[in-house]
Design a binder for this molecule. Structure first.
Ligand code: PGA
Length: 244
């Protein structure tokens, strides 16, 4: 596991965007694993700027998002489908037929979760996956207690996650209670993973992910067993890491 300490959010975003640019330069048809939340917004801004400057293209790429709220249609402003279009897809040349965001409004999730897994496999697997981390140590919506062998599934959101995400909704009552999410094992199949975190409120989760035992109580700790993962952290997020 690699840890890169960044001066600030801007520098972290630029460095992470460079990893994407290098991935696309090496393979224009790369399969990208994308994340929502506040953390990756700066990376997406940076990628849009590089696209507009003619430095990168997504024309041959494919993307898979990690998760989506159950019950939100894709045109709901808090849906992750909507978020991704606002923050990235509407501004770059990724073809819509190769954009995959899990659907929050399916009737048969047993079949749909398998369908999503099959699409990832059919695309050749994820080359580069970007992750945030929840203050409870989740990656995607793999909340504490989720099996580390899990694949795409439906999950109940933790109280902590509902509290954390209430800031995006009019009230806490509006935050969906369930989500569809790639499983921990789905994420671990990605060939390269970068995880970004800033701020003191992520420090405990980062300590548990990097220096704690590998445990479903902090699903990000599974990343310790991945061969190519880099954490990009500011000093506040890294503040509880043990000195080397
Ligand atoms: P955040 O969310 O980027 O909004 O902090 C991260 C996450 O929950 O994975």
């Amino acid at each position: 596991m690699n840890v890169v300490l960044c001066d600030d959010y801007q520098q972290m975003s630029t460095q992470a965007a460079t990893v994407f640019a290098e991935c696309l330069a090496a393979n224009p048809a790369a399969v990208l694993g994308l994340a929502t939340g506040s953390t990756p917004i700066g990376v997406y801004e940076n990628l849009i700027a590089r696209f507009k400057a003619g430095e990168i293209s997504f024309a041959e790429a494919t993307s898979f998002n990690l998760d989506e709220y159950i019950g939100l249609h894709r045109d709901h402003p808090q849906s992750y489908y909507y978020f991704m279009h606002q923050q990235l897809f509407n501004h770059v040349d990724l073809p819509s037929q190769r954009i995959f965001v899990p659907s929050g409004v399916e009737s048969d999730y047993g079949a749909y979760c398998q369908w999503y897994e099959d699409r990832i496999t059919e695309a050749g697997g994820i080359d580069l996956q970007i992750l945030g981390i929840g203050s409870d140590g989740h990656i995607a919506f793999n909340e504490p207690g989720t099996a580390l062998g899990s694949r795409t599934h439906i999950t109940e959101l933790d109280h902590q996650t509902i509290d954390d995400n209430a800031r995006f909704f009019q009230s806490k009552a509006e935050v969906p209670r369930r989500a569809i999410t790639m499983g921990v094992a789905t994420i671990m199949d990605a060939r390269k993973i970068i995880l970004l975190a800033t701020g003191e409120h992520k420090a405990t989760a980062i300590r548990d992910a990097i220096a704690g035992p590998v445990s479903s109580e902090c699903t990000a700790s599974a990343l310790q067993q991945h061969p190519d993962v880099t954490f990009y952290l500011d000093s506040a997020a890294a503040s509880l890491l043990p000195a080397e």
